[in-house]
Design a protein. Structure first.
Length: 281
């Protein structure tokens, strides 16, 4: 069938008709040059998405890369506090200047833009999505090798808008063993596929507790279903993180950058390999 170019008079569900990812993409400003942007997603809040975002950015920073975190979890912003960042970020007539962590990670979060950090964000979905777009377009990020986006939890309207607005190179799905993992992973994978964004793999959090005396790994939530979900979608499990009191302490005491643990080393290495900071032309 020949195409007249007028979708309004044609019922064909052809490729040309579908809006492409680029149609929704928000442009960055002239001071922003991000080589790689990785989204960290989860099916619901509390599974450790922000923790994974923070630790991955810390590991990439330790490798010597220019690293940033765009905290798109606008209603549950926990990133600044784990890095010990408080108060408002500065701005000039060109845009917003990101906060800088002790080791030099650039961070923007709703918590760093509000008058007081205990002000609840009670905005509706479209306002939240617009705020995230501004975190991208109106922040003077500078030259960044790896930007991590702490996505809003779930697979609803807000994360979808974020998916559509930002030039994500790939996503990592964080899940806990007791979740309805298969369903959550399926939703996240479908959303990523619809946006043409590759899924790098899964990270399981709260996998086990290691006994301090005998070293036994106790699976608090029973046998995990993450492997089944990973196999179903042909995805690697990039890391399994235990429930770890010292990790919780480090995050609670605003010292994320002091963490030591090797659980995410493999994931960081995979990231570096699969998404080298030098993009091919
Ligand atoms: P999300 O971003 O998915 O809502 P967070 O990363 O904020 O979840 O984690 C929720 C809480 O659980 C935080 O207080 C965090 O410090 C803690 N936490 C996350 N993962 C672990 C873990 N593996 N061991 C101990 N505490 C953890």
């Amino acid at each position: 069938m020949s195409c007249s170019g007028n979708c309004g008079s044609c019922s064909s569900d052809c490729e040309d008709r579908k809006p492409s990812k680029e149609d929704f993409m928000v442009p960055a400003n002239k001071y922003t040059k991000v080589k790689r942007m990785i989204g960290v997603v989860s099916g619901k809040g509390g599974v450790g998405k922000s923790m994974v975002t923070s630790l991955l950015s810390i590991l990439m920073r330790r490798k010597g890369y220019e690293t940033a975190i765009l905290d798109a979890d606008v209603t549950g912003p926990s990133i600044p506090k784990t890095f010990g960042l408080h108060g408002k970020v500065a701005a000039n007539e060109e845009g917003i200047i990101p906060a800088l962590s002790n080791t030099g990670i650039k961070i923007v979060s709703s918590n760093l833009l509000l008058d007081t950090e205990d002000t609840p964000v009670i905005w509706r979905g479209p306002v939240i999505a617009n705020a995230v777009k501004q975190f991208w377009s109106e922040v003077l990020w500078g030259d960044i090798d790896y930007m991590f986006v702490d996505m809003p939890p779930g697979t609803g309207d807000v994360p979808l808008t974020v998916f559509q607005s930002l030039p994500l190179d790939g996503i990592i799905i964080v899940a806990s063993p007791q979740e309805l993992v298969a369903m959550i992973v399926a939703k996240a994978v479908n959303m990523a596929n619809a946006m043409d964004i590759p899924v790098l793999g899964l990270i399981e959090n709260y996998s086990y507790v290691q006994c301090g005396s005998c070293g036994e790994k106790i699976k608090v939530f029973g046998e995990s279903h993450v492997d089944e979900a990973a196999e179903k979608f042909g995805l690697p499990v990039l890391a399994r993180i235990p429930i770890d009191p010292s990790l919780a302490w480090t995050l609670d005491h605003e010292a994320a950058e002091d963490f030591n643990g090797d659980w995410l080393d493999g994931a960081a290495a995979e990231l570096e390999k699969r998404y080298p900071a030098e993009k091919e032309a």
